[in-house]
Design a protein around this ligand. Sequence first.
Ligand SMILES: [Zn+2]
Length: 500
Amino acid sequence: MFPILRRMCFRAGGILPTVFLLALITPPTGFRLPAAGPVGFSPQVPAEEGTELPLVTHYDLRFHLFPKENNLEAEASMTVRNTTPAPLIEIPFILYRLFDVREVTDGKGSPLSSTRRVVKFSDEKSLQVSFISVRLGRPLSPGESDVVRLKYAGALWGYPEVMAYVRDRIDENYSLLRPDSLAYPMLSLPSFQSMMAAFRSQFTYRAEVEVPDGLVVACGGRPIETVRKSGNATFIFESFKPTWRVDVAAAKFKVIEEGGIRVYAIPGDEAEAPRILEAARKSFLFFTGLFGEVGDFPGFTIIEVPEGWGSQAADFYILQTAAAFRDKEKASELYHEIAHNWNVRVKPAVQRCRYFDEAFASYFQGLAIREFEGEDAFEDYMGMRRDRFLKSCERDEKNCSTPIVDYWKEERGENSYTKGAWSLYVLHQAVGDETFRSLVTGFLREYRVRPSDFQDFQVFAEKTVGRSLDAFFKEWIYGTESSRQLREKVDAGRIAARYR
Ligand SMILES: [Zn+2]
């Protein structure tokens, strides 16, 4: 489902592929770019000082799509902040391999010199990008910002040879522009590692997307206005808050909207939209009732993408593949994505464990299933999560023998969707309903802004529960006794008895 790059799988099971960098999905065949973080609270850290490369803090994007010709003309004005300790004169960008850069200027339109070449990633040789090194007119001091503007044009055909789900293109049936395809420039060196670091930064954006009349543009940002002129329509969006990716889709969408939730359905699927909207609405209400308000909820957008193109989630929106969109059984994947609104922030060192986003969202998904579909459906769901974990152990014993706390080391975060969810199931059983609820609510409140890690979680949990949870953390987070429990299919209540 949501692969990133073929060889590294990011996201494991939700609906939405997380995005580029972090996502994992089922069967872990794909390397996925970081997936979507929590929908509501992005797991990324705010732009920090002391990074290796400067960061883009704002994008002003203009896309003119020519669906008949399968290409685009684009302009990206990027506010670049020098977050490194030294003055900088050269700024590196990567962009989709088939785009031609036509002009590089500063914010006032004065030309800047640059070099451009198509290169392979140093650590992922199958990924080819345009690498553009821009020389500023004057050195940028630490802490200072400047604007770099790139104009570019060309055809977009995604990266299906590297990341199966990245079929981004410009087409009359469906157009999709994502960072996964580098449809807009990222401030990064041509390496996976550098690109992941860029994905961890946050920025605001404004996007103007011009399409022929008849097409509707969907975006994860706030719709500002639509301007119609001489056979074209320009849709304008702005980010709700600092975020880490921009997604733009254009199709003859049918749009329905209610209570701040907006659904963009591909023609033919519009009959599904009310059900999707209802699933989103009721799970929002359910999680709000359990764990409290999300803060200033700006709305939520669900954008259908063609099958196989990868579901993904980011701040306040998801891209959902057609099969999941149509399949009534998959409503629960939507609960998962909605649950990401109730994720804490996480320290970068353990972010790739995917525990604080995916284990929590996967378990919360289970709680919503129990609420809406009953106890048996919940048990089936948890049973499937366990079976999926056991399969991943069969495939590679290290999935079994690696403690959750070490998942980041070899990109084993996919197991957070399965065993991670089980760890919360067991903890819930061990501490009881009321305590579990106040634990999660309090933990969310405490770590909504400042980032947490496993130690913070343990300290907070023990404070809430009023006793040591050392045995639980030892067996589930820091050790792998838990894998044996899952292998022997001991039921959650009996496992939990060890920690009461
Ligand atoms: Zn997820």
